[in-house]
Unconditional design. Structure first.
Length: 303
């Protein structure tokens, strides 16, 4: 029996409705008179407002996903694979955006975790059971949900600091704030690396979403506010770029017949990256702390 566009029409209609609900919630944050991206709670991981432009790309790609569900290949992966998880994701994300926009940060953080859990389920289903069979699968399913998954990881970190962190406009960054910010930045950079090596082909879009966000954090966290956080964000953003570079070899793999050679090249590049980072640690610490004796002090740590 041939697939018809009217098959599973209820779910397809619900997907359309929820998509526009989801889109509307994010459009409101842009056109609202309050300028939500500019007057929200300021923390030490708040990114530059342009970081949120990634929503525009995600929404554009998801519009293609909504159209693609009416095709036979799209029906197999979106309707039969993702199923009702997509409407659930859209509703949870709309609630999260609403709570975040009105400053209910603790509740927003709770729903950010719900969104993260739901998109992780979708991500797993897409990557595990639906390898891209054509360009439509790649551009309209794998690409948007990879970006979405990486960006949601960033949103969880941002919202956590908004819910439980200090207000950067009024409270200077103390030792514990710097420690938690450093760990958060390290977690994001490590997640970008994990995406790059998550499979033989890697996940370049998800790594790019995190790299984009790390540079936005660096751009927004002024050096006069906290030099340590400012330069740490730059360091981890730079490392993330290197993992993105490593991840690009996953895309080349599809055009190479000898995957073992490709994997060896990726391993060599990763080793070179780690070596370069270790060699530059003294310079980074000197840049962050402004001490000319840092390089001399490091060998004494292991004594």
């Amino acid at each position: 029996m041939s697939d018809r566009w009217t098959d599973d029409i209820l779910l397809k209609i619900v997907n359309i409705i929820v998509y526009f609900l989801f889109l509307g919630s994010n459009v409101y944050t842009v056109v609202a008179p309050r300028g939500i991206y500019f007057i929200g709670r300021e923390t030490y991981v708040t990114p530059a407002p342009w970081a949120f432009l990634i929503w525009s790309l995600i929404h554009l790609l998801l519009l293609g996903t909504i159209i693609y569900q009416f095709t036979a290949p799209g029906k197999k992966i979106i309707i039969e694979g993702i199923s009702w998880r997509f409407p659930l994701l859209g509703v949870l994300n709309a609630i999260y955006v609403h709570l975040w926009a009105y400053g209910y940060y603790i509740f927003a953080f709770t729903f950010a975790l719900f969104v993260s859990n739901t998109i992780s389920h979708i991500y797993y289903v897409v990557k595990k059971f639906h390898a891209p069979a054509n360009v439509g699968d790649e551009l309209l399913v794998h690409l948007p949900f990879s970006l979405y998954h990486g960006w949601t990881t960033v949103l969880v970190i941002i919202t956590a600091f908004e819910a439980f962190g200090v207000n950067a406009l009024f409270v200077p960054a103390g030792v514990w704030t710097k420690v938690f910010v450093f760990l958060a930045l390290f977690f994001l950079e490590a997640t970008a690396a994990t995406y790059a090596f998550s499979s033989p082909e890697g996940d370049l879009p998800a790594s790019l979403a995190i790299t984009w966000s790390l540079f936005a954090i660096f751009a927004h966290q002024d050096v006069h506010r906290s030099g340590f956080i400012h330069w740490s964000a730059l360091a981890f953003a730079g490392l993330s770029v290197l993992w993105v570079y490593v991840g690009t070899f996953g895309m080349i793999k599809r055009f190479r017949s000898d995957s073992s050679i490709l994997d060896e090249e990726r391993a060599l590049i990763a080793a070179e990256v780690v070596t370069a980072v270790i060699e530059d640690v003294p310079k980074l610490l000197q840049m962050v702390f402004g001490s000319s004796h840092v390089e001399d002090q490091i060998p004494a740590i292991g004594d």
